[in-house]
Design a protein around this ligand. Structure first.
Ligand code: KG4
Ligand code: ZN
Length: 399
């Protein structure tokens, strides 16, 4: 394996021997004339993810032409730790991160076949997320950065989801992102690294959250999203008439809580609910989510085009993008908007370390590193200028 080049370390070149300074100066000159030499510069970044119930670490490589490669990607899902509670218990998650993270980082480095001294930077998700877990990951990254004198990058977890398609298929900006996870449902114009404009958001529950809650009310095991999808496969989507929230509105916002309540009401009438009832209800719920999502995204893509011109692609990211039925529905939306649909492989849609490492590598390439003061954040908007949708200022949604 070729050795990674720690380009970031040349930033303060005055302390280096003369031949290194001259080499750095020559490199910058050659960059100006666009030489192919830059293609040989590689950065290796360790990424740490602990914002929810995945303890994950990965090493990715980024070449200066923007191409990415995953060298290792270790994910431990704390499903077993939380299953008996039917959802993530923040304190248990934080303690599990403490117990697991060191070993997972060690495995990620071993699988990548490199030592800490060869890293160009260490990145950690610094939020948004469950604050106990965020503190564990960020503090670990700070310790590694300090001990190995390597730059630290405090990554926004949502930005990491947003940039993942650039790791998997070298997508150019700008593109339209549909981010659907357990905590967020947003349509975002991705203009560049660190440049995001939110076009739509949920005014109450996130889509993943709605899947999880529906699973719980129907007695399906945790985590609920994949269970609802599985049950829906054997169900009749036409059996229950459920609302299609926000359908036909000219903004691109989502609402899930009314649909969730409608499912609860139907479930209450089915006592005892037979397995086929549950499959039918899951299928009806998923069909309603799909129809509402397709409508909201069609509007989002129109808003995107009006402000930024045609997007290079419609990208879906976040755990919900692992849902095969949603993938199918998005295909139609993209085709109607005459754009390409890009969805990273399921393992890169759900939380993982590679997406954090990649966002770190993208930021490092722009010189965007952080100090030891970088704070852990429970809330962290991707678009700092985004306000709550009109009429929904006092709801509990995490805009
Ligand atoms: O992005 P993610 O791994 O973590 C968060 O940042 O939230 O997303 C997890 C969410 C959970 O709510 C989970 O139920 C949902 O994504 N999810 C799914 C599927 N797989 C995961 N929802 C529907 N269908 C799926 N196949
Ligand atoms: Zn996520």
């Amino acid at each position: 394996m070729e050795s990674g080049t720690r380009i970031n370390k040349f930033a303060g070149a005055h302390n280096f021997p003369k031949f290194v300074q001259e080499g750095a100066a020559m490199y910058h000159e050659l960059r100006k004339v666009g030489t192919k030499l830059t293609d040989d510069i590689r950065t290796w970044v360790l990424g740490i993810e602990t914002t929810c119930d995945e303890t994950a670490a990965a090493v990715v490589e980024r070449r200066s032409d923007g191409a990415g490669r995953i060298l290792s990607n270790i994910v431990h899902s704390q499903t077993e730790e939380h299953a008996i509670y039917g959802g993530v218990v923040p304190e248990i998650a934080a303690r599990a991160h403490v117990d697991l993270l060191d070993g997972i980082v060690e495995r990620a480095m071993k699988d990548a076949g490199i030592g800490f001294a060869q890293l160009s930077a260490v990145a950690a998700a610094a939020g948004p997320g469950l604050i106990g877990g965020v503190i564990v990951g960020l503090t670990t990254a700070k310790a590694i950065a300090m001990v190995h004198d390597t730059p630290l990058i405090a990554v926004n977890h949502l930005e990491a989801h947003a940039l993942t398609p650039r790791l998997t298929c070298a997508l150019a900006f700008p593109y339209c992102l549909f981010l659907a996870s357990g905590g967020h449902t947003q349509i975002v114009a991705v203009i560049g690294v660190g440049q995001y404009v939110r076009l739509g958001t949920t005014v109450d529950d996130a889509i993943g959250e709605a899947f999880d809650k529906v699973a719980k009310m129907l007695g399906l095991p945790y985590p609920g999203g994949p269970e609802v999808e599985r049950a829906a496969r054997g169900g009749d989507a036409a059996r229950f008439t459920l609302p299609r929230p926000m359908l036909g509105r000219d903004d691109a916002n989502f609402s899930l809580s009314g649909l969730k309540t409608a499912v609860r009401n139907e479930a209450a009438r089915l006592t005892p609910a037979e397995p086929q009832d549950i499959r039918d209800l899951c299928a009806s719920f998923q069909a309603a989510v799909l129809e509402s999502t397709a409508d909201r995204l069609a509007v989002g893509l129109r808003l995107f085009e009006a402000r930024f011109g045609p997007p290079r692609a419609l990208v879906a990211a976040g755990g919900v993008a692992a849902n095969q039925a949603i993938r199918g529905a998005l295909q139609d939306v993209a085709a109607q908007a005459e754009t390409t649909l890009i969805i990273p492989p399921p393992a890169l849609c759900t939380d993982n370390g590679a997406m954090i490492a990649w966002a770190g590598a993208e930021r490092l390439a722009l010189g965007l590193t952080d100090t030891m003061e970088a704070p852990p954040r429970a809330r962290w908007l991707l678009d700092a200028t985004a306000a709550a949708p009109e009429g929904y200022v006092n709801t509990r949604a995490g805009f």
